[in-house]
Design a protein. Structure first.
Length: 314
């Protein structure tokens, strides 16, 4: 049963628990709150707000006034006023022209920036093996550290910010990311599927990448973030099958909801976890495979059948 701790009697159901890192005492049930782990929910960075700007070019000095052309004098006629010379014309100042990067924009991104430009920087750093998460669109400490490492390799000022020079150098050494690379389905890159996942209908669950891939005949139909049991109540590894499904399951052991539960090993199941959605990887389950994206797991729940394979591997 997922959720078994010490000598408690086992019944169906499991719930998120906080991980006791002190080494003393038993794990406690996790309370919803802010995930203190770096980047959870934002794929590695905990820094919202975009600060994107371009350095202006030096303005040109406005052109000087032209001298008026000579006006021939007319003979004076009594009673006729003498026409006065026209006022000198002053042209409008030449408009300032910004610096142009013909290869695209050159934003200045710092910790706290967010948006598509941040995703592109992260995706390009990922191509170079310098960013180990998937693009999130948030520029945090992981991103600034990756940028700093790139700057070190290219002998640039190690600021951790994406300066125009850093941006151009990064673009020169990478390819344009695809839409799928910019907006991945999971926080961590999907692991290469275990060979047992490559045939048939299977929930392919990797502990190493902390991802679940719903696969049919070797093709990924959907992917999502997952977390597992704690060291006291680990999620079992191996080849299983979906024994039964329960859309609105409620844990009898921990008195907690387990929506969209798909049981595969006694009381251990794949199911949506509100606790995972709230506190992220700071918590853990009592052995179940927790999913934090309710919409995704609901869709997969409708597609999975009793008897489909479940592969859990490291």
């Amino acid at each position: 049963m997922c959720g078994a701790i010490a000598v408690l009697a086992l019944t169906v159901g499991c719930e998120g628990v906080a991980v006791d890192t002190s080494g003393a005492g038993e794990p406690s049930r996790a309370a919803a709150g802010v995930d203190g782990s770096e980047g959870d929910g934002k794929n590695g960075d905990t820094d919202p707000r975009e600060a994107s700007s371009r350095p202006p070019a030096d303005p040109k000095e406005p052109a000087g006034a032209r001298e008026p052309e000579a006006v021939p004098s007319a003979p004076e006629t009594p009673g006729t006023p003498t026409p006065s010379a026209p006022e000198p014309s002053t042209p409008s100042p030449t408009p300032t022209r910004p610096a142009i990067d013909t290869r695209g924009p050159a934003p200045l991104l710092v910790e706290g920036s967010e948006g598509r430009d941040v995703r592109e920087v992260q995706a390009r750093l990922q191509q170079l093996g310098l960013f180990q998460r998937n693009p999130s669109g948030y520029y945090g400490t992981l991103t600034s550290g990756s940028v700093r490492e790139f700057q070190k390799q290219r002998a640039l000022a190690q600021t951790g910010t994406t300066t125009p020079e850093t941006w151009r150098s990064l673009r020169d050494r990478t390819t344009t990311p695809t839409a799928a690379q910019l907006n991945p389905e999971t926080s961590y890159p999907l692991a290469d599927p275990d060979k047992r996942c490559r045939t048939g209908r299977v929930l392919c669950i990797s502990k190493e990448s902390r991802t679940l891939a719903w696969m049919i005949d070797g093709k990924v139909q959907a992917a999502m973030d997952v977390r597992f049991g704690t060291e006291y109540t680990p999620t079992r590894e191996g080849t299983f099958k979906v024994d039964f499904k329960s859309r609105d399951h409620h844990s009898t052991l921990y008195d907690t909801p387990m929506p969209f539960a798909m049981f595969f090993s006694g009381g251990q199941a794949v199911h949506y976890s509100a606790d995972f959605a709230a506190v992220g990887y700071n918590g853990g389950s009592h052995g179940c495979v927790n999913v934090r994206d309710r919409e995704k797991i609901a869709k997969v729940f409708d597609e999975v059948r009793a008897g489909d394979k479940v592969i859990v591997y490291s």
